[in-house]
Design a protein around this ligand. Structure first.
Ligand code: ADP
Ligand code: MG
Length: 613
């Protein structure tokens, strides 16, 4: 129920569209019924029913609105009868035209309903995707691990698609089918109350049997899918491991197990096919059984004259209207099944929407002014899962100075850097910016001050210019070119086909590694942050492009406060302080000269890289 309400809320955000859909469906049901009922006079005409021959007085409208339907019917019958007596062919023509008109209008409204509904469902889907994407972008980095990406994509694609189906099912379940059932049932009651009562006993029985068949069919289909999965993996394993299979002379063995799986699949699918082919036949047989029971009941009523107003034409109409009842009943059961199916998807979507943002803005943020003094890490401790990644880190970076972090891979260098823009929050201790705890300032303000160049050059599939001015809604081309020049990138950009307007392909795959990295540096220069973080910015490059990139980096760091993480120690010799990390703790610290002199871990690292002074 709660779930249904949620779908309801999504849908009725677009009240007008929803109402239009419902309205069209209402008219569709009415004209559908009319298209059948309007046949009555035609049948009367053909059978020359005595009700026509008796002669009816011209009806007078009593003024009572309850009687309106009766009045309309009587007037229609009266006029029909007159026409039949005067010119039967005209009457026939009239009936045909009105039946056609009813059919036409019925389908017109059906199309109308589909028309509005398709807009409605796509808007709902668009909304959910927008919200999901926005949420995903805002979720902390800790949420976005590699395996999460595929999962998130699945949620944004197929799960949202399920919601699309749920919207339609909900509209049908709550509005179309009940309207349809009410209108049909009232018509039946109007045509013959006693026959209606009898038929309502038959309906639930047949509906139950039909839904049972449907369910059993679904179960078999599911098993079939599972078996198909096994078959696929057997194929993949067999073909993928062909070298080993041959080497171990295991063809016989593999063949046998494949044949077994294939046999099981064949048997299961045969069973599914048989069931599937059986179900419409069973449906029809059951339907026919119900109909025949009705024919027997109604027929005997007419023959016994026990219900004197039930004429042959009314009876046939009754049967036709009754046959229309099965569809909405089946529709309800289908819609319920669909809604049930999409519930899991809705849960998966809500899981994302309800994930805690964790890294949030303070209620009353302290305004940051221009960076004046220093950044400090005070007794910082951190862990991702359980194992401590950083322990008791104390650092201080003065304005205009640079510190370098070195150490083995996994020693916690990137983690230290990630704490500054609050990609993660410290667990122990604090990071301060001119003495203000960074948890107390607005995240956007803090991040505006920080530029990052990391090992992977992350670029977007737009133009060079847009990549450099990334995030700026009002870019200046002069500044873009200037940034590119400082980043040593202007040369190669000018040689591109369309210069700064060249689209660089997905993740910039049209460019070389060094070029990509220089674009990233240009982007950082364009942003003009007060603080720079370089996380192994040159590690992925060959020596030739490293030189060009290093030059660009030197330009970038001029007059800037920076944290540099580097494998190649030659690039950090000039840092004001070098910090050697080991397993999340600080092993040594000092400048290049003093560290070399003390002949500790840094000295050994330098020796390994052939640096002697
Ligand atoms: P470095 O940059 O020095 O190579 P990191 O700071 O990236 O080291 O990683 C420090 C430790 O934290 C490593 O043991 C790494 O496995 C772990 N780690 C890094 N990122 C995550 C993460 N998102 N989730 C869990 N553990 C992580
Ligand atoms: Mg790292």
């Amino acid at each position: 129920m709660k779930y249904l309400r949620e779908i309801f809320r999504y849908t009725f955000k677009y009240k007008a569209l929803a109402m239009l859909t419902i309205g069209c469906n209402l008219f569709f049901v009415i004209f559908n019924l009319l298209s059948l009922v309007l046949f009555i006079p035609f049948l009367q005409l053909i059978f020359k029913s005595n009700s026509l021959e008796k002669g009816i007085q011209k009806p007078v409208f009593s003024g009572d609105f309850v009687d309106l339907i009766n009045h309309i019917k009587d007037s229609y019958n009266y006029n029909m009868q007159k026409m039949v007596q005067e010119n039967p062919l005209d009457a026939l023509f009239f009936v045909c035209v009105s039946v056609f008109a009813a059919f036409f209008l019925k389908n017109l409204f059906r199309y109308g309903a589909v028309w509005f509904q398709s807009e409605l469902r796509m808007r709902v889907v668009r909304d959910i995707r927008n919200t999901l994407f926005k949420k995903a972008i805002n979720l902390p980095l800790s949420f976005h691990t590699q395996e999460k990406k595929g999962d998130l994509m699945a949620r944004m694609n197929s799960d949202v698609g399920e919601i699309e189906n749920a919207v339609i099912s909900m509209m049908e379940l709550v509005f179309r089918e009940p309207i349809s059932i009410i209108i049909h049932v009232s018509t039946l009651l109007y045509l013959s109350p006693s026959l209606s009562v009898a038929s309502f006993f038959l309906l639930p029985i047949s509906a139950l049997i039909i839904s049972r068949i449907g369910k059993s069919l679904k179960r078999t289909a599911k098993k079939g899918q599972h078996q198909m999965g096994l078959l696929y993996s057997a194929m993949e394993e067999g073909l993928g491991g062909i070298r080993i299979i041959k080497a171990f002379h295991a063809q016989e063995f593999i063949n046998k197990s494949f044949e077994e799986i294939n046999l099981r699949y064949q048997k299961l699918i045969t069973r599914a096919f048989r069931k599937r082919d059986l179900s419409p036949l069973l449906n029809e047989t059951i339907g026919a059984g119900v109909m025949i029971s009705l024919v027997w009941l109604g027929g005997s009523m007419i023959l016994n004259q026990s219900e004197n107003h039930l004429t042959g034409e009314l009876f046939i109409t009754f049967i036709i209207v009754f046959s229309q009842l099965l569809r909405p009943i089946q529709g309800i059961s289908n819609s319920m099944a669909n809604l049930n199916k999409s519930k899991a998807s809705q849960d998966r979507i809500n899981e994302i929407l309800k994930t805690d943002l964790k890294i949030t803005n303070p209620k009353k943020p302290i305004k940051l002014t221009e960076f004046k003094d220093k950044i400090e890490y005070k007794n910082v401790g951190f862990y991702y899962k359980k194992d401590p990644v950083l322990k008791n880190i104390n650092l201080s970076i003065k304005k205009g100075e640079s510190i370098a972090l070195v150490g083995e891979s996994g020693s916690g260098k990137s983690t230290i850097a990630d704490l500054l823009p609050r990609f993660y929050d410290t667990i122990d201790g604090e990071v301060t910016f001119d003495g203000v705890n960074i948890k107390n300032v607005a995240i956007s303000q803090l991040r505006k001050k920080i530029g990052i160049v990391s090992q992977e050059s992350i670029l977007f599939n737009t133009t060079v210019a847009e990549n450099i001015s990334f995030g700026d809604s009002n870019p200046s081309i002069e500044r873009i070119i200037e940034a590119a020049k400082t980043a040593n990138a202007h040369g190669f950009i000018s040689e591109l086909e369309n210069g700064y307007e060249t689209t660089i392909g997905e993740r910039g795959n049209m460019l070389s590694g060094g070029q990509k990295q220089r674009l990233c540096i240009a982007r950082a220069i364009y942003k003009n942050p007060e603080i720079m973080i370089l996380d192994e910015a040159t590690s992925a490059l060959d020596t030739q492009s490293e030189k060009q990139v290093q030059q660009a980096l030197d330009n970038l760091m001029k007059n800037r406060t920076s944290i540099i993480i580097a494998h190649r120690l030659s690039t950090i010799k000039n840092a004001n302080e070098i910090i050697v990390l080991d397993k999340g703790g600080i092993l040594e610290r000092g400048n290049h000269k003093s560290l070399l002199k003390s002949k500790g871990a840094y000295f050994k690292l330098c020796q390994l890289q052939g640096i002697n002074e």
